[in-house]
Design a protein. Structure first.
Length: 266
């Protein structure tokens, strides 16, 4: 009798222990199957973006210069509805100057220049300039998991200046001093309007954000020099300078608010 009660108690204890471990194992399995997912809504942010643009000239610009490049900085603010506004500035430079003949009138037959010490000096004109723009645009998301990324459309308006740069020490060539260069550099400036269409991608807490696309610029410029030494006349002609370029920017986003949400799935 005592032996039977002992076995019954032992089996009852074993059953309780096994049942408890089974329940615990089921809870652990349930926790392991539970998925936790983080999602984001679009949020406001300051965007700091170093910019590079490869440009090809059209219109009157193609008669004076060839391919050129832009390096600059774009600072903008993005709202939580993906609207953007900002300011952008770029330095323009290039090596393909088609009107380099403007200074050949004071060169030797070998296209060199007689220096102050009667030595021959070579001069290579270059293209230089800058632009400053106010920008506005919008991001159109294409995937719900990336609300800050998608198709980017931006419109800009600003100011463009370009000229033929003659980089030489005036102590070596007095005939090309800073004052005399103004008679050769054909400095031109005026308002510029730009349109950008491309894509952008932004990641939280990572520096893998950027935008890339095609840009089209048209500038209504005018020559600003009172006298051009090559043409022996004022050079204040009105021009339409156009560019088509491929633009890339690396974005450093600073989000001003957290839009992180957690979703649990069972």
């Amino acid at each position: 009798m005592n032996s039977k009660n002992t076995y019954t108690s032992l089996f009852s204890l074993i059953f309780i222990v096994v049942f408890s471990f089974t329940l615990q194992a089921q809870e652990i399995e349930k926790e392991q199957k539970k998925k936790k997912e983080k999602k984001f809504d679009a949020s406001s942010a300051w965007l700091l973006a170093p910019v590079f643009t490869a440009q090809f000239p059209y219109g009157n610009m193609r008669d004076r210069f060839g391919y050129n490049s832009l390096f600059g900085l774009h600072i903008s603010y993005k709202t939580d509805r993906n609207w953007l506004c900002g300011v952008e500035g770029n330095f323009l430079f290039g090596t393909q100057v088609k009107e380099s003949y403007v200074i050949t009138g004071i060169a030797t037959s070998s296209n060199q220049y007689i220096g102050q010490n009667n030595n021959l000096i070579g001069v290579t004109p270059q293209e230089q300039g800058f632009n400053v723009k106010f920008t506005a645009g919008k991001i159109f998301p294409v995937h719900k998991n990336f609300p800050d990324a998608g198709i980017l459309i931006m419109t800009s308006v600003g100011f463009l200046l370009h000229k033929i740069a003659i980089n030489v020490r005036e102590t070596s060539l007095p005939q090309l001093s800073k004052i005399y260069r103004q008679g050769y550099d054909r400095m031109t400036n005026g308002p510029v309007f730009s349109q950008f269409v491309g894509g952008t991608f932004m990641m939280r807490r990572r520096y893998a954000s950027a935008y890339l696309g095609v840009t089209f610029d048209v500038a209504f410029t005018q020559g600003r020099r009172a006298y051009d030494f090559y043409s022996h006349a004022p050079l204040q002609d009105k021009r339409i300078d156009m560019f088509v370029g491929l633009k890339f920017a690396w974005i450093i986003p600073v989000f001003t608010q957290s839009s992180e949400k957690e979703f649990f799935y069972y």
